[in-house]
Ligand binder design. Structure first.
Ligand code: CA
Length: 247
């Protein structure tokens, strides 16, 4: 029997200029069974990224000596590389979080963070990637609602004919909504099925991503008609808002 791809050790690239932190992360990831390369600048990271060996995930600090993590992430995505990226941001401002996600990061963590949380989030990114690879194509390849059109297999989206840049996670969240139209989905359910995080205490991440889907695809993001909040419960995806619904 062929060994499965998941049986091989996942390879990570840690881009972090604080030597102590980089060394600590490398050690702890290695204890968890990962193969780890570290880079202390964007220039060094760029060299690693160009190598033929692709990484399973990249941990990317925002504040680097030569350039910032945002530009590096954008460069990666512009080059068509969709390796999962988790950004380490120094301060928890909405602007930083939004910028990270705008440039195509899959997740972010605010410094200082608990090591256990970083490990959980990286495991979650890798599980999502495996899930995406193994998942049979049960959803329609092209999703359409309102003036939005999303080609899932090509990871391309437009709103009113204008191109929208979607991250892998945004696409997965959209697909999960599309598979469960009209149903109330709780934040915990979304974390479990889309993020692959179970019993995760912080559900704010979900709200941030819904906010982004609304900004991308709602005719008026302040008065959403497709990604609707259900007070005290969660969210409901309504593909055709005008249509009478079964109660
Ligand atoms: Ca730094």
């Amino acid at each position: 029997m062929q060994p499965s791809a998941t049986a091989t050790r996942p390879r990570l690239l840690v881009v972090e200029d604080e030597q102590h932190l980089a060394a600590g992360l490398k050690l702890n990831f290695e204890l968890e069974g990962y193969l780890v390369d570290t880079a202390s600048s964007a220039r060094e990271a760029g060299g690693f990224m160009l190598q033929a060996s692709r990484y399973d995930a990249i941990i990317l600090d925002v504040m680097l000596p030569d350039t910032d993590g945002f530009s590096l992430c954008k460069k990666l995505r512009d080059a068509g590389d969709y390796t999962p990226v988790l950004m380490l941001t120094a301060c928890d401002t909405t602007e930083d979080r939004v910028t990270g996600l705008e440039v195509g990061a899959d997740d972010y963590l605010v410094k200082p963070f608990e090591l256990s949380e970083l490990l959980a989030r990286v495991r979650s990114m890798l599980r999502r990637r495996d899930w995406e690879r193994e998942k049979p194509q049960q959803t329609a390849t092209v999703l359409q609602f309102g003036q939005a059109r999303i080609d899932c297999s090509r990871q391309e989206a437009t709103m009113r004919g204008e191109e929208v840049q979607l991250t892998r996670l945004e696409l997965q969240l959209l697909q999960y909504f599309a598979e469960h139209p009209e149903r109330v989905l709780t934040r915990q359910e979304l974390l479990e099925h889309v993020w692959k995080l179970s019993n995760y205490p912080n559900t704010r991440m979900v709200d941030n991503f819904i906010m982004r889907l609304r900004r991308h695809f709602e005719p008026d993001p302040r008065n959403p008609v497709h990604f609707v909040s259900v007070r005290g419960a969660g969210y409901r995806f309504i593909p055709e808002p005008g249509k009478p619904r079964r109660v």
